[in-house]
Write a protein that binds this ligand. Structure first.
Ligand SMILES: [Zn+2]
Length: 294
């Protein structure tokens, strides 16, 4: 009996060992499934979109898929770490949207529109100031700005001549008629001479020079009102900087169809600093500005 009991005890020990072995194997398999480096990602630590991007980039040698990563397709493939920081849209509005007119209006006397269709008809003559000892008069309201502008240019070694400023309606009429007479002496009829003169000279009352706000300014070394004027340093400087002092180039090269006047590189018009800045930044003539505001 004792021997049989020993056998029974031995069988029990063998079963216990077998069960322990099975338990160990089962534990090992379970452990391997949940902690292997190639296992599924544990809950709570799923890759974010950013980490997916970098994983994808690394896996595909720099080639992104538009379908999977459309929001960042503009990121440079060679610099994947900078992709999420490309936020160009914040800069776009400052360069695309035009500035709004502030500090002036179309009814401001400084912005009066004078052309063939809009004769100058002031309620009172403009206040005028003599320009040095030249015999030329300019609108008093523009005088200080003119001094500031030309002084700034002179400090750059430039030399200017203000060759025309205010013209009375009577003087404009006299100049216009002299031009008509000259053309008639060439054999043109009065109508032809008048029409051809009007191509280059405003009819009386339709010239900006009647306001005193318009000035013809040239180089001391080239006082010709022709196509050579724009090649002078003085004219190039004025065209680049006049807006800073409240002046605009009134008849630009590319606006002939709008102004009805051929390009005049020497003719500047005082409109005040705020308006000059606005018109220049937006490439607007006075005709376009008034049309925009009406
Ligand atoms: Zn002029």
């Amino acid at each position: 009996m004792a021997k049989k009991k020993q056998n029974t005890t031995g069988d029990g020990a063998a079963w216990l060992v077998l069960l322990l072995c099975l338990g160990f194997v089962a534990f090992s398999v379970y452990h391997a499934r949940d902690h292997s480096p190639t296992s599924d990602t544990p809950k709570g630590t799923e890759p974010t979109e950013t980490t997916q991007v970098h994983m994808q980039w690394a896996d595909s040698d720099g080639l992104f898929s538009d379908d999977l990563f459309a929001p960042i397709t503009e990121a440079p493939p060679t610099e994947p770490t900078t992709a999420p920081t490309t936020v160009a849209p914040t800069e776009a509005p400052t360069t695309i949207s035009p500035t709004e007119p502030i500090g002036f209006s179309k009814d401001d006397p400084l912005l009066v529109l004078v052309n063939r269709d809009h004769p100058y008809e002031p309620s009172s003559p403009p206040a005028l100031s003599n320009w040095k000892n030249s015999g030329i008069q300019v609108a008093s309201v523009a005088y200080d700005a003119l001094v500031a502008m030309l002084s700034a240019g002179e400090q750059q070694g430039l030399n200017f001549v203000v060759c025309s400023g205010y013209r009375s309606k009577e003087l404009q009429e006299q100049l216009f008629n002299e031009d008509v007479d000259l053309r008639m002496s060439w054999g043109q009829s009065y109508e032809e001479a008048w029409a051809n003169t009007a191509l280059f000279t405003m009819p009386p009352g339709c010239s900006e020079h009647n306001t005193g706000l318009a000035l013809d300014i040239v180089s001391l070394h080239n006082q010709h009102l022709d196509s050579t004027q724009e090649q002078t340093k003085e004219t190039q400087w004025l065209q680049a900087h006049c807006w800073e002092y409240g002046f605009i180039l009134r008849y630009p090269k590319d606006k002939r169809d709008v102004t009805g006047i051929s390009y005049e590189s020497w003719h500047y018009r005082y409109v005040g600093k705020a308006a000059a800045k606005y018109l220049t930044e937006n490439s607007l003539t006075l005709e376009e500005y008034h049309a925009q505001q009406s």
